[in-house]
Design a protein around this ligand. Structure first.
Ligand SMILES: N[C@@H](CCC(=O)N[C@@H](CS)C(=O)NCC(=O)O)C(=O)O
Length: 194
């Protein structure tokens, strides 16, 4: 390599508070996978991001050879070299479909027609009760806890009163970890040529 020449790093388009982006960033932090971090504001998405992934969601990982990975779970799998077991896949399906469905309606009832947020909070509890009985570990834990964090933060007082000692200690372990601290580091909005 010539002196001073640089190898392009993979590019990560991310948004700090997005739970999908968080799970991808956790995989990146865990492995020390190097990326050029590009912080996105969702209402002002960069043209390059929309070009490589017109669906416009974060996170997006573009590898140095141009390959685009536009699903958070696939980014995790790539970065961690993670071969999901069918049991892990079932948990992720429940998280990304059932739990996320109720979480969105609990957190943002005004975005939907005729939604009772408390009914959705109750429905979300069945997923949390399953977690209480069988806490996820390792990569699976990283894939799930950002969503539980969002649910917990919506009404922390209520959440803290629920009879889920395992979930409470599991969640606080994740949130207080050094890795999560790195994952939540603040970045300025990325702008081309800056
Ligand atoms: N299935 C996608 C979902 C990603 C997703 O929906 N991210 C949200 C932010 S949390 C997003 O970019 N939404 C686009 C928008 O709000 O316009 C994944 O796992 O990466």
């Amino acid at each position: 390599m010539e002196e001073g020449s640089q190898v392009a790093l993979p590019i990560l388009y991310s948004f700090r508070r997005c739970p999908y982006a968080m799970r991808a960033r956790m995989a990146i932090v865990r492995t020390g996978f190097e990326v050029e971090h590009r912080e996105v504001i969702l209402r002002d998405r960069p043209a390059h991001m929309m070009e490589i992934s017109p669906k416009g969601t974060v996170p997006i990982l573009q590898l140095a050879d141009g390959t685009v990975i536009e699903e958070s779970l696939e980014i995790m799998q790539y970065v961690l070299n993670w071969d999901l077991s069918s049991h892990e896949q079932e948990w992720i399906n429940r998280n990304d479909n059932e739990f996320k469905f109720h979480l969105d309606r609990y957190k943002y009832p005004n975005r939907y027609d005729d939604v009772d947020e408390i009914k959705h909070r109750e429905a979300a509890c069945s997923f949390l009760e399953s977690l209480e009985a069988e806490l996820p570990s390792g990569h699976l834990s990283d894939a799930i806890f950002p969503f539980v964090r969002q649910f917990a933060n919506h009404n922390r007082d209520w959440f803290d009163k629920q009879p889920w000692p395992n979930v409470h200690s599991w969640l606080s372990l994740q949130l207080n970890s050094e890795e999560f601290g790195v994952c939540m580091k603040k970045h300025k909005q990325w702008m081309p040529d800056k």
